[in-house]
Structure formats: C-alpha cells, structure tokens
Design a protein around this ligand. Structure first.
Ligand SMILES: Nc1ncnc2c1ncn2[C@@H]1O[C@H](COP(=O)(O)OP(=O)(O)OP(=O)(O)O)[C@@H](O)[C@H]1O
Ligand SMILES: [Mg+2]
Length: 461
C-alpha cells in the first residue's frame, strides 16, 4: 500500500475528532439518530431485564423450589412410575377428563400380562409418563415431573446381554411442599408392594448387583406341585425350623445359612417346587447362573453375600457349571468362576446374615463330594419321575371338579386308579414317566383318553 494512502486516510480521522461536538449536535437534531439511540437504550434495558429475570428465576428456584431425583437403579423408580400411571387411570375413571399429566404429549406404554390361576391370561396397556416434562397436582401442590433418558450410558449390558438406558425422573415442587415427597414415595411404595403381594419376584445378577427380572409372577400354590408323599413337607419343615433358629445359630457362632440340593431327572418338579416354596414363605428368588459371561470369583462372592433380604439363591444345574464341556462355550468363551472360588463363595465370610441356597441338578453322581458336604449342602433330596401315587394325585388335580360333565366323580376315581396301576406295572419293567410329560398329556386329553393313551408316555430309563 502506498504511504500516501495512509496519510490520506489519517487526515479525516483527526478531522472527526476535532469536529466531535458539531457531530453530536448534528445527531441530536437528526431524527434517525434519535431513534437509533432510543433503540439502543431499549435493547440495553431489555438485556438487563432478561439477565435480571434469569438471575431472579435462579434465585427463586434455589430458594423456593425443591427437586428430588430418582434414577432407574432405585426401586422407587418403578414404584413412582407405577403410581403415576395408577393415579392417571383412577382419575380417568372417576372423572370424565383424564389426569393432568395424561394431557402431556409424551407418553410411554407399559404392557402388562395378567395370568389367572386357571392359566388364561389377558394383556392390557398402561400409559405412563414418557421422557419429557409433565405436571400433576398432589394434595393441592403442583409438581413437575421430568423424565430423562440417557441412551449413551447403558446399564447391565455386558453381563446380561440386555442393556437398559440410564433414566432419571426429577420431581420439582415448591419448597414449602417438600414434606409431600416422603408421603408421595410411601404411597408409591405401598402401591408397588401391594402389586407384589401374592406374586413371586425373581432377581437376576446385573454386574455385581441383584435386580428384579421382569414383572413379578403369580405365586404357584405349593400343593400344585405333587411330590412323593412327605417330600415336600420334609423340605418345608426343614426350612421353617431353620428360620426359627436364628438366635440358636448366633449363640453358637455358626454361620446362619442352609443349603439344599434337589436332584433328579428332568421335569420332575424341582424348579417348580422351589418357586412354590419361595412363594409360600413370601421369599424372593435370586437366580444365579454360574456360567454367565463376566462372572468371576470375586463377583460371585459379592453376589452371594449381598442377596436381597428374604430371598433364596437358586443355582440350577450345578453339575453343568463345572463340567469341562460346559465351561467353554461354542465361541470359545471360558467361564471364569472356578470350582474352588465357588466353594469359597458358598462358605463366605462368617456373618449373621441369613442365607438360603437351593441347587438343582439332573446328575447328582457327577457332583464333587466337596460341594455336597454338610455346611454347603445340608439337605439333599431326590425328586424323581412320577410314582404311581403322584400320577394319580396329578390326575385328580387336573380333572376333579372340572366342568367336564361327561365323566362323573365315581368314574374319575376308577380312571385315576387305573392310571395308578398302569404306572405301577410299568415301573416293574423299569419304565418311567416324568411329571412334566404327564402334565402335558393331561392338558391335551380328556380324562378317558388320558388313561387309555398313557401307555405312549413311558420310557425305559
Ligand atoms: N411334581 C410335579 N407336580 C406338578 N407339576 C409338575 C411336577 N413336576 C413337573 N411338573 C410340571 O412340569 C413342568 C416342568 O417342571 P420343572 O421345571 O419344575 O422341572 P424340573 O425338575 O426343574 O426339570 P429340570 O431338571 O429339567 O430343570 C412344569 O410346568 C411343572 O408344572
Ligand atoms: Mg429345573
């Protein structure tokens, strides 16, 4: 750039400085300039007001509002969503209009399957607050509910193969209504627990913690599992005696735990009986899979010593976890729970905590004697294929008192007796039938055919 150009630009600048006062007076007279200054003033005032209002709102929120965050690892999370859904559905029933939050635009659906004792089931949908912001009124106070989902961080994925997004609900209300939070949560808990009454909750391991798996299932009546006479009662009495002796164990410094092993052929009712027993004692079940990916000795130890209160730890097919074939899966994955690690976890550190472990197997003869020694397994019982009497009892359970008018009670008695004799005769030839096979057969057939066609079921064992 030529030097002359610079000096020629400098000249007007000094000219402006020297004639500043004349310019101002010019601007004062010019209506356009006046409007510009006015606008500038208004803009500045608005910015100030906005900053002020944001600041005011923050102060107000800090001072006057109170928030409660619940994340989906907490049990209260499901209770709260269930409670909201319940409120909305009962409000919709009692008044023609729906509950306040139902009018919001973000909803999620929860599908529920209700199974009835007779085996039929019905499916219904419940609308719950989806991710987003919702409002509702509780005991005269307005509450804001914000449900947020963080899909980038997933929980539980690696261990279970199923990942759930991280979620939170944040409840916000006026400070003066903060006392309502505990009331609301207690109400939600009571509702949630009431829903579980009469139901069996099954937990599975998610990493190092136990979480309920699926919706609670309907309890199965203990008598519906037909075992060899006396067997069910024996196990039930044993566990009741154990539960009544907590102090006795504590006084003698014996770890308060008991192990049960139910062994026998497939489909004889081992799993069904354990579930029914848990239900009858109002216990939960913690299903532990020793071959699960990512489960190592330390995690197993943690899981076994941190099972939820009032629960049975159930380990199915214990033989499979440590036989060499099962230890390596098709894709070359090796279970990292060692047999000695498992034994140590079963022994655990001596603690006053109650622990009840149930194990099942189809091959008791393959179990290491170290596993079934007292202290690890205190009660071992054979749950076998159908005995003649079991077959007869199951037959009665299926058909007695049914709507089938074709067969009266007397004939049923004769049929049951015939079935008993068939099973007895076959047993002499070394042929057996499983209770599961009988159950399937009874479902498919009417009483008369069930008996005449029962011969097809038997297998040599
Ligand atoms: N003793 C029984 N009384 C009534 N029903 C039974 C009995 N045994 C089995 N069943 C029925 O058969 C099915 C399978 O039973 P279950 O799963 O309890 O057998 P299991 O002994 O655990 O078999 P597996 O060793 O293969 O695990 C269930 O639907 C159950 O209702
Ligand atoms: Mg089973």
């Amino acid at each position: 750039m030529p030097a002359g150009a610079v000096s020629s630009q400098m000249a007007p600048a000094s000219a402006v400085a020297s004639s500043g006062s004349s310019l101002l007076s010019l601007a004062g007279d010019n209506p356009y300039f006046q409007a510009g200054f006015g606008l500038l003033g208004v803009g500045a005032a608005m910015t100030l007001a906005r900053t002020g209002s944001i600041w005011g709102a923050t102060v107000l929120r800090r001072r006057m509002l109170v928030s409660l965050e619940i994340d989906n690892r907490d049990r209260a999370y499901d209770w709260f969503l269930g409670w909201m859904a319940h409120r909305s559905s009962s409000a919709a029933k009692s008044t023609a209009r729906s509950a306040p939050w139902i009018r919001s635009h973000e909803l999620s659906v929860e599908t529920m399957i209700e199974r009835r004792p007779n085996g039929s089931s019905s499916v219904f949908f419940q609308l719950v607050a989806g991710p987003g912001t919702h409002w509702f009124k509780y005991k005269g106070a307005w509450m804001q509910v914000k449900r947020e989902r963080e899909t980038r961080s997933m929980m539980g994925g690696q261990q279970t193969g199923m990942a759930v997004p991280w979620e939170t609900v944040t409840l916000t209300t006026l400070s003066r209504d903060r006392k309502l939070f505990p009331e609301l949560l207690a109400e939600a808990r009571d509702l949630g627990m009431r829903g579980q009454e009469g139901n069996l909750v099954i937990h599975t391991a998610w990493g190092i913690e136990w979480r309920p798996f699926g919706k609670p299932r309907r309890k199965r009546p203990l008598q519906s599992v037909v075992l060899e006479p006396g067997m069910g009662e024996k196990i039930e009495q044993d566990i009741k005696a154990f539960l009544a002796r907590r102090q006795w164990y504590a006084d003698r410094g014996i770890p308060y735990r008991r192990g049960y092993l139910l062994h026998g052929p497939p489909g004889s009712g081992k799993t069904s009986f354990i579930q029914a027993l848990a239900g009858s004692l109002s216990y939960d079940i913690c299903l532990l899979n020793l071959s699960e990916r990512g489960l190592a000795d330390d995690k197993l130890n943690h899981l076994l010593s941190n099972a939820p209160e009032r629960s049975f730890v159930l380990i199915e097919d214990v033989d499979a976890a440590f036989n060499k074939r099962a230890q390596t899966t098709a894709d070359g994955y090796q279970s990292s729970v060692t047999f000695s690690g498992f034994l140590n976890a079963l022994d655990g550190v001596a603690s006053g905590e109650e622990r009840i472990v149930f194990m099942t197997t189809n091959h008791v003869e393959q179990l290491d004697p170290a596993l079934i020694r007292p202290g690890r397994v205190d009660f071992s019982g054979l749950i076998d294929n159908a005995s003649p009497l079991q077959a007869r009892t199951l037959f009665h359970r299926f058909y007695s008192g049914g709507a089938d008018a074709e067969v009266d009670a007397d004939e049923l008695e004769v049929l049951a007796h015939n079935l008993q004799e068939i099973v007895e005769g076959r047993m002499k030839n070394g042929e057996r039938v499983s209770m599961a096979a009988l159950q399937g057969h009874f479902i498919r057939n009417q009483p008369r055919e069930a008996v005449t066609r029962s011969l097809e079921l038997f297998k040599c064992r």
